[in-house]
Design a protein around this ligand. Structure first.
Ligand code: FES
Ligand code: FES
Length: 197
């Protein structure tokens, strides 16, 4: 079982993304209201993103992280900011069916690709992973859980009956500071059963 680690991410709450405070890839991004500019690029051009079955045109520079575009330009706040450096998994979305860390994915890398966020996994929470999560009451604070669910859904799409090892490997990059790992593993097995029925 994975150990409890604390990535130090902020509290879950609606509204604009918390700003990264670490030095690194995104230190040049500065928030202004609901939009953003890159300090070195002089403002955003239109980028077309195919998200949850709909094409969106967003005012973003090509190097804007997808997470910023989703949360602050499109209002899809189900995908969370945790670390900003691909270390916690809170920002996991699907790109052409595979899990991707949205915090380190520039929008230009996913233009024209099929992006799915937690909001697009199902219209009514009826995806087998969501049903299993509710049935087994997986969530504690909830901050990491959209990322956990997206990683689990991507795993089950490729491995319909995963072993414990498969689950641990597939979700190893998704950190839960509340230590819900045993319930997550059980819920992935339950979601596999629900997928068969
Ligand atoms: S915010 Fe932590 S991996 Fe993206
Ligand atoms: S961080 Fe609280 S449920 Fe995972």
């Amino acid at each position: 079982m994975r150990s409890l680690r604390q990535p130090g991410h902020p509290e879950s709450k609606p509204g604009p993304s918390p700003r990264p405070t670490h030095p690194g890839l995104h230190t040049a991004w500065v928030g202004r209201g609901v939009g953003f500019f890159h300090s070195g690029s002089g403002g955003g051009a239109a980028v077309k993103l195919h998200v949850n079955g709909t094409e969106h045109e967003v005012a973003a520079t090509p190097d804007m992280p997808l997470l910023w575009a989703l949360r602050d330009l499109m209002g899809l706040t189900g995908t969370k900011f945790g670390c900003g450096i691909a270390q916690c998994g809170a920002c996991t979305v699907h790109v052409d069916g595979s899990p991707r860390r949205a915090c380190v994915t520039p929008v230009e890398a996913v233009a024209g690709k099929k992006i799915t966020t937690i909001e697009g996994l199902s219209k009514d929470g009826s995806h087998p992973v969501q049903r299993a999560w509710a049935e087994l009451d997986v969530v504690q604070c909830g901050y990491c859980q959209s990322g956990q669910i997206m990683s689990a859904a991507a795993l089950l799409a490729k491995v319909p009956a995963p072993s414990d090892t498969d689950i641990d490997q597939a979700l190893s990059g998704n950190i839960c500071r509340c230590g819900t790992y045993p319930r997550i593993r059980a819920a992935v097995h339950r979601a596999a059963e629900l997928t068969k029925t």
